[in-house]
Write a protein that binds this ligand. Structure first.
Ligand code: AMP
Ligand code: FE
Ligand code: FE
Ligand code: ZN
Length: 280
């Protein structure tokens, strides 16, 4: 029984519905999934319904973009119990994401690319859009030949059409996840701009580290596992697949073994969180 605990659906910047992700997951040997959309829990109820139908396990997940000492740090929250306050927090970030789309379109227009808001918004299916939607629109309208070209020419961080996104302070995001009874996991530590942020981040009460990740090499994976074991933290893993449209990382590129996801399940249950399990 294998798990992929880092997945994006079209409720944020993925290309597929949660149902499609779960069905494909089952076909390739996944029995446990978490949809961890950016700044939204909107896809969770669909994912849970599908899990029940398909006889899979599904846990609530979300990925928050935070800031620590000026650097971007992504935090995963598992087993969250959505309170009104937590939803309000997410809504604020979703609204900022939508406003940012307009500002990035304006920048593209000033660069001489006549893309319109409707070109982009007709691609967006959920409340929490991002740069991949603009990339998809640039390709669809023939202004770029691929997503990679859209990112490398215009949308990359500090690129000519990039607009920064508001970020929660790392400490604050951690508190929000814990207030919502969630389990907080540092996402893809291997993607951090500075390796020496990790020991500093670990001085805060985080619950786990995403050791297994599609872009970690073997040395990194081993190092993060050692760190997690030293500090008695959970070891999690996921592909960060954004759906079929985007190619790699693909669904199930990380297949997390039961010893790891079972510990996460125990922690979620001890926090009073729920795990949806469909019966086979
Ligand atoms: P945003 O949240 O709007 O800043 O966009 C970040 C998202 O864009 C990431 O979660 C990835 O899905 C995607 N992304 C970031 N950089 C690239 C890149 N160079 N090429 C393709 N997709 C990217
Ligand atoms: Fe993304
Ligand atoms: Fe991330
Ligand atoms: Zn992600």
């Amino acid at each position: 029984m294998f798990a992929d605990l880092h997945l994006h659906s079209f409720y944020s910047d993925g290309s597929e519905s949660p149902d499609s992700i779960l069905r494909r997951g089952l076909q390739i040997g996944l029995q446990v999934v978490s949809i961890t959309d950016h700044d939204t829990l909107e896809g969770i109820s669909e994912a849970k319904q599908s899990a029940i139908l398909l006889g899979m396990h599904c846990i609530t997940g979300v990925e928050l973009t935070t800031e620590f000492e000026g650097y971007e740090v992504h935090l995963l929250g598992y087993g969250i119990k959505a309170t009104e306050d937590f939803e309000r927090l997410l809504n604020k970030f979703q609204q900022a994401r939508r406003q940012r789309i307009y500002r990035m379109i304006e920048k593209l227009n000033r660069l001489g690319i006549p893309i319109s808001c409707s070109d982009v918004f007709e691609i967006i299916k959920g409340p929490s859009p991002g740069r991949p939607h603009i990339a998809a629109a640039l390709v669809k309208c023939g202004f770029c030949t691929s997503h990679e070209e859209a990112f490398s020419k215009y949308l990359h961080t500090y690129g000519p059409a990039w607009v920064p996104k508001p970020r929660l302070r790392f400490e604050e995001a951690l508190q929000w996840i814990h207030l919502a009874k969630g389990v907080a996991v540092i996402a893809h530590p291997g993607l951090l701009a500075k390796e020496n942020l990790i020991p500093k981040l670990l001085t805060f009460p985080i619950d786990g580290i995403e050791c297994f990740y599609s872009k970690h090499n073997e040395v990194q994976t081993k190092r993060y596992i050692e760190l997690a074991k030293e500090r008695n933290l959970l070891i999690t893993g996921g592909s960060d697949c954004h759906g079929k449209l985007y190619g790699r990382p693909t669904l199930g590129e990380i297949k997390l073994a039961p010893i790891y996801w079972k510990r996460l399940f125990e922690k979620i249950i001890s926090n009073g969180g729920e795990i949806i399990s469909g019966k086979k």
